[in-house]
Design a binder for this molecule. Structure first.
Ligand code: URA
Length: 267
């Protein structure tokens, strides 16, 4: 028999998918929902059935699950209903069997054009970091918290903005379902928006770095977004990000050479 939690999630999902984005709840209900949300983030509760499990209950392999999620994301009403995100859906890229999953913020101009996450300047920077870590882009799974480029109106041009809390919340079920499908050994949150989504923390990246967190039972590390490095081209910033990657490489028991250990240390 489905639990109260499963029934609640299913009926809320149904409401969201039919375009309803707000709901009045009393203090008691708010308390219970908050507990469920926190336990789901820690991975101690049964996985929330969002998107609803019904048609894909028989899907076995991760490729099938991702194809299903991609199709659900394409028509994801909670995001579309906001009216603040652009039309093109940008899903994810990489190895469905990856040991490492990287989660960014939202597609920008280049990503929307090519319909692939991290293909612009921030993506090139990310590729450099991954190559330095001995983790080619094709070996990892790269996705975003928000699957649509946040809109800035008709004169947006190449400008991008970070997704709002409402946009993060609307897209969250998709990335959480990706985490369950990929089930990586480790996740890296690239930037504060990603941490806000996966960890529910609005704290600064500086204060979240250097510690392990969990999302649905998967260890999570937070580091600066690659675009931060484009804005702060300093040894100190590069070393900070590199130390986060070294911690992840250690977690994955990857071979780390003395040369790699010394990257971006002052001469
Ligand atoms: N920044 C992100 O967070 N994600 C992308 O896909 C591109 C830039």
């Amino acid at each position: 028999m489905p639990s109260l939690r499963q029934l609640t999630v299913e009926s809320l999902t149904h409401l969201m998918e039919s375009g309803q984005c707000t709901l009045g709840v009393d203090e008691d209900a708010r308390k219970i929902l908050r507990e469920w949300m926190l336990s789901a983030r820690k991975g101690v509760a049964s996985p929330p059935p969002v998107p609803p499990p019904s048609p894909n209950a028989g899907l076995q392999c991760v490729e099938e699950k991702l194809a299903y999620l991609q199709q659900r994301a394409q028509n994801w009403k909670p995001a579309r209903a906001l009216g603040t995100l652009r039309d093109t859906m940008v899903f994810a890229v990489g190895n469905p069997h990856a040991r490492l999953m990287l989660v960014g913020e939202a597609p920008g101009y280049d990503e929307e054009r090519l319909q692939e996450p991290f293909v612009g300047r921030a993506g090139q920077k990310l590729n450099q970091i991954l190559a330095a870590a001995g983790l080619p882009r094709e070996s990892v799974y790269i996705s975003n918290i928000c699957k649509f480029r946040p809109s800035m109106g008709p004169d947006q041009g190449m400008a991008n903005r970070a997704p709002s809390d409402a946009e993060i919340a609307a897209c969250l079920p998709i990335i959480l379902a990706e985490v369950r499908a990929i089930h990586p050994e480790c996740i890296i949150c690239l930037g504060g928006t990603s941490a806000k989504g996966l960890l529910g923390s609005g704290a600064s990246v500086a204060s979240l770095r250097g510690k392990w967190f969990e999302c649905q039972g998967i260890p999570v590390r937070v580091t600066y977004h690659p675009s931060y490095l484009l804005r702060n081209d300093t040894l100190q910033a590069k070393r900070a990000v590199w130390e986060d990657f070294l911690a992840v490489m250690e977690h994955l028991h990857l071979n780390i050479t003395p040369r790699q250990r010394g990257f971006f240390l002052p001469a």
